[in-house]
Design a protein around this ligand. Sequence first.
Ligand code: ASP
Length: 436
Amino acid sequence: MKKISLPTQILVAMLVGLALGVWATLAGGQRWVNHYLMPWGQIFLNLLKLIALPLVLASLVSGVASLRSVHSLSRLGSKTIGLYILTTVLAVSMGLLVSGIVGPGKYLSVEKREALKEKFGGVAGQKAEAAQAQADQSPLQPLVDMVPSNLVQAAGDNTRMLQVIVFAMLLGVALVGVSEEKGMAVRAFFNSFNDVMLRLTEIIMRGAPLGVLGLMAGVVVQIGGDDPAGLADLFRALLMYILCVLTALLLIILVNYSVLLRFFARRFWGRRFFKTLLPAQQLAFTTSSSAATLPATMECVEEGLGIPKKIAGFVLPLGATINMDGTSAYQAVATVFIAQAFGLDLSFSQYLTIILTATLASIGSAAVPGAGMVMLVIVLGSVGLGPEGLALIVAPDRLLDMARTVVNVTGDAVVTAVVAQSEGIHPFEHASNSES
Ligand code: ASP
């Protein structure tokens, strides 16, 4: 019998969880859902949170350390990293713009938001007060807070993941700085640790159907509460959230990338460019993994766009690890949505914090399914929201993961084209399957 693919399994689980949640709310089976279904969702969430820290360490250290060859290619390296950071910051801003304008969390009724705030927002409230109290402190305080003074303490608390990211980056930089021989053991350890962590993520994702079923049913029951009419509220808000993420992703491709190609590459190949990338985009959509898509992306870029291996072979693998425009935009929209749903009004400085943390969190996200949601915990924590918020958005995550991975892969190819153009290599000029 043909094996049902994971995305299909998850989709079916979502629908079953949804149906069970609606049934429980209407027929008074909330207790049953809370006692027998929700725990599976919680176990899945715990596992996701459990692997967040080792995933960050492994993927960042091995990613930064792989820049070793950049020594001779330092110009290429700085251009590439600069462009990757630029496209990510622009993508987060697009996510914030769309979610700020639409306000998906506000589609929940005031009562629902109050109830959610009471249920989940305790931490948010306390942190918001603390943030207020800190208003008099130096504007550089967030920078100070990013730097850990004790690694064990930083690693012992998921909300301090940013400190672990800083440590991982420093470790990666130091690894680049030592000789091949001296760094060999540590580099080999992190490369192998990274592979094992990717495998572990894959294994945990196998439990996603059951986890999603439990979470979906649980979330429907929790939000529906004793008031089934509240369900309509939740669905409307979730739908607006999904639309916001998809709109932001579409605008990144249509606006950000088009402007970037025209501005930096001084050319825009429009449909032809995106048509060339289509096979890679399709694979990204079905696998939800930029790492799994990498071979296809390289083929499209090298053969379709005619960009030589010496550029594509360096820019694309690095991009698959650190450049996740779709993921960062999604994290921005999700954070705004959860904050609004929990009744937290984000200040201007909190928006800036989201830009910084979503950029870093997307850099730290592994290129595998579901990684972006794991790293969302960091962005939520940075504005005082607890990881409980994930319960609100976990159900449609796989669908959004598929869409954001398409943008992640497209962004890598766009930056490769811009870098190639700046090195005097014109995309399409030497393409082996050039149309014209
Ligand atoms: N699935 C994404 C990727 O591989 C990462 C994520 O956002 O979960 O690019």
